[in-house]
Design a protein around this ligand. Structure first.
Ligand SMILES: Cc1ncc(COP(=O)(O)O)c(C=O)c1O
Length: 406
């Protein structure tokens, strides 16, 4: 993946104006990611809706740009639902997933006509009791559990239970089966996972059809890796869905819920080197860099796979010769051993005050950053008219404003 170029002069200006560390969203990259993703599935023969997975990164400005590109919203809490509504998303373009939705949240989604994706029988009971007093049928999705994928198998209904849910929905005119849903995990490298999941949804759609139900949407969830040509994923899904073009008229639309694939490439974290040390270890001494941002801002993104790092200047003409690059252990500012961003990043000679960019920092970073030891970073959007602050840095006052001394 090519990294977004930020020149040393532009970066110095940004840090001077907005402080360090600083997240930077590049609007053109964000828009392009959405377009590339949509284009990969556009030849499927099915209408396609791309619902952005809010939890991946619910910066309002970022969600608004994706909606402007045509994204629906996939949300997993009332907080995310309300944000999607505040940003003008019509309820018909909101998919409400997740293992727990409060009664109030269910009531709002039902009254407004958003698609509630059922996760278990308790939720079905709650929807049943709300739907009987509702003026409109509850628009429901049924999440099929991926029983062969540990960790994710607890979400949704396994095969026999899914069949029971279909029967209950078919027997209750207050319930409308709008969608069949499946989500298999995140950063999935194998397109066949999607082909198999789609085949299972086709089977479920057949069972639904025998009961007189006709779901309008088939949702294959998120989990797509970023920086990858998704043609093989689109083919695996559409090959499996093909039988539906004969049995269902009109055929259902395909929904996809990407998070990481859309936002990871569009965001960088700009950090300042605050200290350089020689670290003894294993009989050798190696260079250690301490940055002003670490796992407090990037966790858990950097725990899965270290994010690519580059030093400022490497994209401009004043690039130091590659022969000067040596491996460095790169740490964040937390007083905790696990606050490491990379154990051997190849970087040029650096001194305190120099800048390091953490690339592919858009997914599961700002939403999972923690107010641990240091307040949160600000976020700047690099748009067509230049930089604009879209989230100011957190202050001590923000952090302690909810506390009460007894
Ligand atoms: C139901 C659902 N949809 C979509 C996503 C987005 O996944 P990703 O960011 O891997 O595309 C997730 C993430 O866990 C999810 O749980």
């Amino acid at each position: 993946m090519t990294h977004i170029p930020l020149t040393s002069a532009a970066t110095a200006d940004l840090l001077k104006t907005y402080g360090s560390p600083l997240f930077v969203v590049t609007e053109s990259v964000l828009r392009q990611s959405f377009r590339d993703f949509s284009r990969a599935f556009s030849g499927s023969g099915f209408p396609v809706h791309v619902a952005f997975s809010y939890k991946t990164n619910y910066l309002p400005a970022l969600c608004a740009i994706l909606h402007n590109e045509g994204a629906w919203a996939e949300v997993v809490s009332g907080m995310e639902y309300r944000l999607a509504r505040r940003l003008g998303t019509p309820p018909g373009e909101i998919i409400f997933n997740g293992p727990w939705k409060t009664r109030d949240e269910l009531e709002t989604a039902l009254a407004e006509g958003a698609c509630i994706v059922l996760d278990g029988f308790d939720e079905l009971d709650a929807v049943n009791s709300l739907a009987k007093d509702s003026t409109r049928p509850a628009k429901l999705g049924l999440r099929l559990a991926c029983t062969d994928n540990n960790g994710w198998s607890r979400f949704g209904f396994a095969g026999d239970d899914a069949a029971r849910v279909l029967k209950q929905i078919a027997g209750n005119p207050a319930l409308d089966l709008h969608m069949l849903h499946s989500h298999y995990g995140t950063n999935l490298g194998d397109p066949d996972i999607y082909g198999n999941a789609a085949a299972r949804l086709v089977q479920l759609a057949e069972q639904a059809r025998e009961l007189g139900l006709a779901p309008a949407l088939l949702d294959l969830g998120g989990g797509f890796p970023c920086g990858v040509d998704l043609t093989a994923y689109a083919k695996a899904i559409t090959d499996s869905l093909r039988p539906l073009t004969e049995t269902s008229q009109p055929p259902p639309a395909l929904v996809l819920e990407p998070g990481r694939a859309l936002v990871d490439p569009a965001m960088q974290l700009v950090c300042t080197v605050v200290a350089v040390k020689d670290m003894p270890g294993g009989g050798i001494s190696r260079r250690a860099l301490i940055l002003d941002g670490g796992r407090n801002l990037l966790s858990p993104a950097c725990r899965e796979t270290p994010r690519p790092l580059s030093a400022i200047g490497t994209d401009s003409n004043d690039q130091p010769p590659p022969s000067s690059y040596t491996p460095a252990a790169v740490f964040g500012p937390l007083c905790m051993p696990e606050d490491m961003l990379h154990d051997a990043a190849l970087l040029p000679p650096l001194a305190p005050g120099d800048t390091v960019l953490v690339h592919e920092a858009g997914a599961y970073t700002v939403t999972q950053s923690m107010p641990f030891i240091r307040p949160g970073a600000g976020v700047v959007l690099m748009g067509p008219d230049g930089p604009a602050l879209i989230r100011r840095a957190e202050t001590d006052e923000d952090l302690f404003s909810r506390d009460i001394l007894p």
